[in-house]
Design a protein around this ligand. Structure first.
Ligand code: TXA
Ligand code: MG
Length: 355
């Protein structure tokens, strides 16, 4: 299959590329599109056969349900199960203050959407994205759009059209290109379907922000059941990634690094008869000991939390392309505003720390 990449102009409601994408979606095809968080891979959420194409293109595990994207908060009513008054009233309050935006709400699912998007669960995840192209596409397709991140399953989420093309080129007909995503990490996923309000995945909308709006305590996923997607491998670069604990002093860091580099050099000597060159490592962080290390591959400074989040996946992909022996990244300091970054880093590293 040939994959077209079409740039979207400044007026997406009239844009030709968006029209072409909406037409494909109405015809039961999949299309990649930008949101403020990451690029998504959309299909008509009301069509089971269209939704299946998402699973095939991404090689997504069949038990992992999809987020349904809407263009107006009123569309929520069509997706929620009849009589789910408490969830609906929480949703309305949250929607009033935090939609459009990077917040996904898990609510009791109506029967129709349950069949296409929920993979056996009785809840559906719904989000109203804050991106003009995403909203124009949903409006012009004329139906809610099911969309996971537009990466191959398990890989870092895409924050540019080029990332999507790298993973899904040849597997999908069209990618809408509106430049890099503003937030860079996936939406906060919040379960408001039960007794208590539960944060299933941290994102740019923080737990304290949510608690203020709903006027209830927000439990974290560790205290409750987990989102199906968190069972699967996620966001992984191809090179092994190790996190550097913020408390590690420079002397211990130096020692740990030299042990890692020796290991990498030994592994290389076994693997090839090529002339020995010192192994290189990728580095994401601010420590000058590493930024100026002779064997380090580094990228531009990301001095604020927002910039680290915005560029995390792009930086992991860029370092991967340089084929380092391994990648090191500074851990993010604890706190509600860094929860999403901490979560994605630790999943990408599968919990490995440099020691
Ligand atoms: O920012 C985002 O949320 C992006 C953009 C494209 O909107 N989408 C995204 O989708 O990250 P995905 O499929 O990569 O992640 C959705 C997460 C998965 O962990 C999935 O298991 C969870 O949401 N999820 C979906 N439906 C659910 C449900 N009914 N109950 C609990 N978790 C659900
Ligand atoms: Mg994903």
């Amino acid at each position: 299959m040939q994959t077209s990449i079409l740039k979207v102009g400044p007026a997406p409601m009239e844009d030709e590329a968006v029209g072409r994408a909406a037409e494909l979606l109405r015809g039961g095809q999949v299309v990649a599109f930008p949101t403020e968080t990451v690029y998504g891979l959309a299909a008509d959420a009301t069509s089971r056969s269209a939704v299946e194409k998402i699973y095939r293109a991404k090689q997504r595990p069949a038990d992992n349900p999809l987020i349904v994207h809407i263009a107006e908060a009123e569309q929520l009513g069509e997706l929620v199960e009849e009589g789910a008054e408490r969830a609906l009233s929480r949703a309305r309050r949250l929607a009033d203050s935090l939609w459009p935006g990077p917040l996904t709400l898990v609510v009791p699912a109506g029967p129709e959407i349950r069949r296409s998007c929920c993979r056996g669960l009785d809840t559906v995840a719904v989000r109203l994205p804050d991106h003009p192209v995403a909203r124009a596409l949903i409006a012009r397709a004329g139906r809610p759009l099911a969309a996971p991140s537009a990466n191959l399953s398990g890989r870092p989420s895409p924050t540019t059209a080029a990332h999507v093309a790298h993973d899904l080129g040849g597997r999908i007909p069209l990618i809408l290109d509106a430049g890099p995503c503003r937030v860079g990490l996936e939406s906060t996923v919040l379960d408001i379907s039960g007794e208590t309000v539960i944060l299933l995945r941290p994102g740019a909308v923080s737990a304290p922000q949510i608690a203020r709006v709903v006027g209830e305590r927000v439990e974290s996923e560790g205290q409750a059941r987990r989102s199906p997607g968190t069972r699967h491998g996620h966001y992984r670069p191809l090179s092994p990634l190790y996190l550097i604990p913020s408390g590690l002093d420079d002397a211990s860091l130096k020692e740990a690094l030299s042990r890692r580099l020796q290991k990498a050099a030994r592994a290389r000597a076994v693997d090839s008869d090529e002339e020995e060159t010192a192994p290189r490592f990728g580095y994401l962080g601010e420590r000058s000991l590493l930024r100026f290390h002779a064997q380090a591959l580094t990228l531009p400074d990301r001095p604020t939390l927002a910039e680290r989040a915005r560029h995390l996946y792009a930086d992991l992909r860029a370092l991967d392309a340089l084929k380092p022996a391994f990648i090191l990244a500074d851990e993010a300091s604890p706190g509600p505003s860094s929860a999403a970054l901490r979560d994605r880093l630790s999943r990408a590293a599968k919990g490995s720390i440099l020691e």
